[in-house]
Design a protein around this ligand. Structure first.
Ligand code: FDA
Length: 500
């Protein structure tokens, strides 16, 4: 049977959509959390498959191999470059939205979570089961588990507990032959690779077993807004020196943004938010801050005590009193066009750079820098423990972000040029050997695989930036699990010595 003659047969399955299915356009739109590519021809799959079981994923993989179709796997659809729903050659999307069950084992303090669940659904389910357990994953609740866990997972508890990927203890995975493998069956090397090396290079991760972490009954949050003036630059400078050395219960991140977001063309003031989670009560936080970072002048009236689950809402910017159910919304808040890039910082950045950044950030209505401190637990985990290598020696991560709301190629180019120029400017001040990047803040500017000409040494240019010395091990694992490079994309790990 040819692909076309089998279309009608395929349409009889209630989890497969072709371009002629009434739901196809809505499905295509709904899963693009960044709508930059909505009209692109590379976002039109031959089929969208929304499986309800592992067997249906398995069938899709086998079928695609037979008909020479590529596969894009989508969990939450947040990929910064749209790699879960864009492809230049005929392809299908396996959309895991229907595979989103979460089961918590209170005795073991573990949970199984399907890849199609979101971070918000995970936090919500844990909190409904226990008020002393939590999980150290990202801030945005709509982010999908599949992409987030397989790319690392930075969140506000990483100084205490590491990345989300550091807390994964088992997984169910479907390989290129449609075999369903757990940790024991896949072996430790593949299990290592899918925890931070990007799952889509190797196959499809269906579910993850995670070790939950203990959270205190009361945590404290605060957000101090400061104008980026000379006094604030002094604070940023101190923050650079102390934030990765503070007790690991304390996470203070900085958000630089234009404080005038009105669309009136005025250049705005730039503000810095000192945005924090402390795993403990305010009466412990204040003396700690007086000792370690007195210059910030934190007062107990700046702080709010709450439960850990309430803090996940606060840190995402929900209003006090919003119900926990907001965590279940699968669409990103303030959906807009965006482009992002990332760096890691090993040495404090000189003061004059922050002054220069003030000018640059004020040029963009929504130009944002987010600085996440590392240290603590992150310093204890060896670079090669998982594919994510940015451990001891790194002070913090920078995420550069630009967002815009008007569609159009010119508009897009203008904002993308802004962020590229900012990134070029930062080069002398950030980790340089190599200049590193975080896979989950995917950036195709740092290099891509040439279509039809996948080459290890070319891929090592971008691969070493995400994975440093772990890139070669990832390519070795790829050679064993998918030697024919069936699971491929612009930034998939190539097999070592693959002919083409
Ligand atoms: P999506 O479905 O687009 O998948 C991303 C990549 O993973 C694609 O290559 C896809 O093919 C692959 N993939 C997805 N599911 C898979 C599976 N089951 N098996 C194999 N491969 C699979 N990050 C962070 O660390 N901390 C944070 O706080 C945030 N916050 C945040 C906010 C917002 C608004 C966005 C848009 C993004 C973030 N991120 C983040 C980045 C986020 O972690 C990253 O984009 C993840 O890859 C998104 O995972 P999704 O499943 O949502 O994306």
């Amino acid at each position: 049977m040819s692909l076309h003659s089998s279309r009608r047969y395929i349409e009889s399955f209630n989890y497969i959509y072709t371009p002629s299915s009434p739901s196809y356009p809505n499905l295509r739109q709904s899963f693009q959390q960044n709508p930059r590519w909505l009209n692109s021809t590379s976002s039109r799959p031959e089929f969208i498959v929304t499986p309800y079981s592992e067997a249906e994923i398995r069938a899709a993989v086998i079928c695609c191999k037979k008909y020479d179709l590529q596969i894009r796997v989508k969990s939450g659809g947040h990929d910064y470059e749209g790699l879960s729903f864009l492809c230049q050659v005929p392809f299908i999307i396996i959309d895991l939205t229907n595979l989103r069950s979460i089961s918590v084992d209170l005795e073991d303090e573990t949970a199984w979570v399907d890849s199609g669940a979101t971070v918000g659904e995970l936090y919500y389910t844990i909190a409904k089961n226990s008020d002393v357990l939590g999980f150290p994953a990202g801030i945005c609740p709509s982010v999908g588990i599949g992409g987030h866990f397989s790319g690392g997972g930075i969140g506000t508890m990483l100084r205490k507990h590491g990345l989300a990927a550091d807390n994964i203890i088992d997984a169910y995975f479907i390989d290129v032959d449609g075999r369903i493998l757990d940790r024991e069956a896949m072996g430790e090397d593949l299990f290592w690779a899918i925890r931070g090396g990007g799952g889509a290079s190797f196959g499809i991760v269906v579910a993850w077993k995670i070790k939950l972490v203990r959270v205190p009954p009361v945590v404290t949050v605060f957000t101090l807004h400061k104008n980026l003036d000379q006094e604030c630059i002094q604070l940023v400078n101190i923050w650079q020196n102390v934030s990765s050395k503070l007790p690991r219960e304390l996470f203070i991140r900085l958000v630089f943004q234009n404080s005038n977001r009105d669309d009136n063309g005025d250049q705005g003031m730039v503000e810095v938010l000192f945005n924090s989670l402390f795993l403990g009560p305010v009466k412990e936080l204040i003396p700690l801050m007086e000792k370690s970072f007195p210059e910030l002048g934190l007062d107990s009236k700046d702080c709010s005590e709450m439960s850990w689950i309430e803090s996940t809402l606060y840190l995402q910017g929900f209003k006090s009193g919003d119900p926990l159910e907001v965590l279940l919304d699968r669409t990103v808040q303030d959906k807009s066009y965006f482009k992002a890039k990332s760096d890691f910082v090993e040495e404090p950045i000189p003061e004059y750079v922050w002054e220069a950044l003030r000018g640059r950030i004020s040029e963009e209505r929504i130009g944002i820098l987010i600085l996440d401190p590392l240290g603590g637990r992150m310093d204890e985990i060896p670079e090669s423990e998982l594919p994510f290598p940015h451990r001891k020696g790194n002070l913090y991560n920078i995420q550069y972000l630009v967002k815009w709301t008007v569609d159009g190629a010119d508009e897009s180019e203008r904002h993308v040029n802004w962020i590229r120029s900012l990134y070029d400017y930062m080069e002398p001040y950030v980790a340089r050997s190599p200049r590193s990047a975080y896979l989950n803040y995917r950036d195709l500017d740092i290099g891509i695989n040439k279509p039809g000409d996948v080459d290890y040494s070319q891929a090592a240019v971008w691969g070493s930036r995400y994975f440093k010395g772990n890139f070669e091990m990832l390519a070795e694992v790829k050679s064993r699990i998918d030697p024919g490079n069936f699971f491929t994309s612009e930034q998939s790990i190539p097999p070592l010595n693959h002919p083409g």
